[in-house]
Write a protein that binds this ligand. Sequence first.
Ligand code: GUN
Ligand code: ZN
Length: 443
Amino acid sequence: MSVVPAPLDNNSCDTAIRASFLHFIADPDQRGDACEYFEDGLMILKQGRIQMLVDAAEWIDYLPDGCALYDYSGRLVMPGFIDTHCHYPQTEIIASYGMQLLDWLQQYTFPTEEKFAERDHADKIAAFFCDQMLANGTTSSAVFATVHPQSVDAIFEQAQQRGLCLIAGKVMMDRNAPPQLCDSAESSYRDCSELIQRWHLKGRAYYAVTPRFAPCSSPAQLEVCGQLLDENPDLYLQSHVAENRAEVDWVARLFPHSRSYLDVYDGYGLLGPRSIYGHCIHLDQEDRERMAASGAAMAFCPTSNLFLGSGLFSLEDATELNIRVGIATDVGAGTSFSMLQTLAEAYKVCQLAGQQLTPLKAFYLATLGAAESLYLDHRIGNFALGKEADFVVLDLAPTELMQCRMDNASTLEERLFALMMLGDDRCIQATHIMGRRQYSRAI
Ligand code: GUN
Ligand code: ZN
């Protein structure tokens, strides 16, 4: 039975969007009715926040004069994608040939990160990176800067100009890296404290304490990380763990008294809610139980893990233990800014591991699941009342091949699967941040 619509007025509505809508209210692995779909829906916004999501036919005649209407009929609108782990300074070295993690860092990553001593370079790459996010429908990201504090200012400023929601931090490393890229325990404490004051909780900005990974931080610096977390409420922590076998062996030699790689971080108080760990491939059962109990998140980086030959992430183990998981591009070891391409590679990683990734679970991991993993689901991740209206407008058939495949798809799930396997930035018709259109694809 449908409700008789009350007239809307300008107090409850300044913007409306007509389209097909899909969003998640739970993990599809946990609940059968985890998603909501409107074939012809109307989303009503007030000051960039969701007021309601309803059937268009019932409500379209009641929009007040002066309410802006975006008519995306025939397109699919989903919550903006959320990238839980990436490196903006590595944009220029994406797709660099032929190496696994530790050699790749030496050969490509460190040299390109040295360029961020120049503020102009940082501004240029940060602007380009944020534009790539928008062109791929990504509206929130957890981002590594470089060791240079000004590289953090650059990315927060560019994100702020576009309204993006961003978690970011200065990379901390005081050993096993070129001297130009090394800070010290003391200087990193001072730099991070200043950056936290300047950026943390300002609008849509969140600061993350960002030790690159255990091999590049001395015990004294890891202690500083714990101290920063103790001193500042609601900070994030982001790092890498158990990505590559040679890396894991190196950590065992550097920290002989720790039970495991993850245990190194745990020993310094770096494992808890709002801790985000990239990769999490070579973990054991005890590590996984510790991740689950701590409330920390795993960032699943499929294109990167395949590209660097790092190994296969076990989504099944994470799901069984109820560990928070978000999907991540890990640009520039990751090979695409496209969340659709990233989901395609996630599906293939699961196939190689003898596991499943349904299309619904995949899009959950890129939206609400990622928001939950980052403890941001009170603000973003779906179209629930009061949330910030970040969304992506998807064209499911921008190419002849996709049109041919969509013509032969009979269910929503089939279309979603074809979208993630065949889609890329050509599918992103528009990206909206808090209701406002920030990107529109030129045709
Ligand atoms: N481990 C330490 N630093 C990095 C990095 O920049 N990228 C990846 N993929 N792994 C890392
Ligand atoms: Zn990374």
